[in-house]
Design a protein around this ligand. Structure first.
Ligand code: XMP
Length: 319
């Protein structure tokens, strides 16, 4: 039987021995892995940890606040939350190609992160929440899309470029173990049970050009969907769920008038490894509440569709 406390004690010792009195930078994305990695390091060497969180303006509703609340207020960590929203949005202006969006976001992220990291004196280590499955994946056994995604996601190459030594305290763990560890370290359920969220964030769920206005619409729809999943207990039973704002207008009626407004697609999948996925058989009444909620409360949306494609051949994301 795997004892979590033994793992914590051992890792804390190892980290202390390796780091000595140097400083460690911890990149926070808002996701489970980076949060657990940071919480573990904070436990081991608290005051020597500097966390960097880049707000790229492509996060979901309330996400930045959760990061700030959890790490600054609760863990009392030295949190550098960089507000780079304008920079990302202006670089994305006019860009419609999905891969181009990803490249821009990746490049700007590294640039912003680097700039912030350089401002932290005597930083010697960079911590990453790499898990065992990531280690296997980037080991070269698979060089399909997932490997590229992970590389991007975990900003491979960044530590070397910055001259940092890499520290990966979660590299022997699987996802379920990381969640248990997170709970033991005092992270809130909201963080521990969070679905994965792509590095390029809402930019790849706002099809076509990304604008502040479209992001605001998407965020509202996404929040209504996720709230319903949480309330009904379905959030934990599914692997990933989100709304997508389509660049499609269609005709509707409201009162006596005719509308010509946007479409939101909702996507919810079950998967073990994200390489294949099946669409979730959500209850009809849940879907109905989501659709009505979005159409009634999100201005500019008059139609909601449910994505019933599995992967393959469809991907989980729309871009
Ligand atoms: P797809 O859409 O390829 O997604 O079926 C599989 C999983 O990967 C996530 N994803 C990304 N994660 N950067 C990331 O960090 C990306 O560019 C990216 N694209 C997709 C997606 O959310 C799903 O969990």
């Amino acid at each position: 039987l795997w004892k979590m406390q033994t793992f914590i004690d051992r890792t804390v010792e190892e980290v202390r021995a390796r780091v000595g009195n140097k400083r460690v930078i911890c990149g926070l994305s808002g996701g489970v892995d980076s949060s657990v990695c940071a919480a573990l390091l904070l436990k081991a060497i608290g005051p020597q940890v500097a966390c960097i969180y880049v707000d790229n303006g492509l996060m979901r509703e309330g996400e930045t606040e959760v990061v700030k609340h959890t790490f600054r207020d609760w863990f009392k960590a030295d949190l550098h939350a960089v507000d780079a929203r304008d920079r990302f949005l202006s670089e994305l202006k006019g860009v419609t190609d999905p891969q181009e969006k990803r490249k821009i976001i990746g490049r700007v992220f590294i640039d912003v992160f680097k700039h912030e990291a350089k401002a932290i004196p005597d930083a010697h280590f960079l911590a990453q929440g790499t898990l065992y499955p990531d280690v296997i994946e980037s080991g070269g056994s698979k060089d399909g899309p997932a490997a590229t995604i992970k590389l991007h996601h975990n900003v491979g190459g960044l530590p070397a470029e910055l001259g940092f030594e890499l520290i990966e305290p979660l590299r022997d763990l699987f996802k379920d173990e990381v969640r248990r560890l997170g709970t033991d370290l005092g992270l809130p359920d909201e963080v521990v049970w969070r679905h994965p969220f792509p590095g390029p964030g809402l930019a790849v769920r706002c099809l076509g050009e990304v604008t502040e206005e479209k992001l605001a619409t998407l965020r509202k729809a996404d929040t209504i969907f996720l709230d319903e999943l949480h309330k009904s207990g379905w959030y934990r039973k599914t692997s990933q769920a989100f709304a997508v704002l389509l660049p499609v207008q269609s005709v509707g009626v409201m009162g006596d008038g005719r509308t010509y407004e946007n479409t939101v697609a909702i996507r919810c999948v079950q998967t073990d490894d994200f390489m294949t996925a099946d669409w979730s058989r959500l209850p009809e009444d849940l879907l109905a509440r989501v659709a009505t909620g979005i159409i009634n409360r999100v201005k500019g949306v008059n139609r909601v569709v449910y994505d019933i494609s599995s992967k393959p051949p469809a991907t989980i994301e729309w871009e």
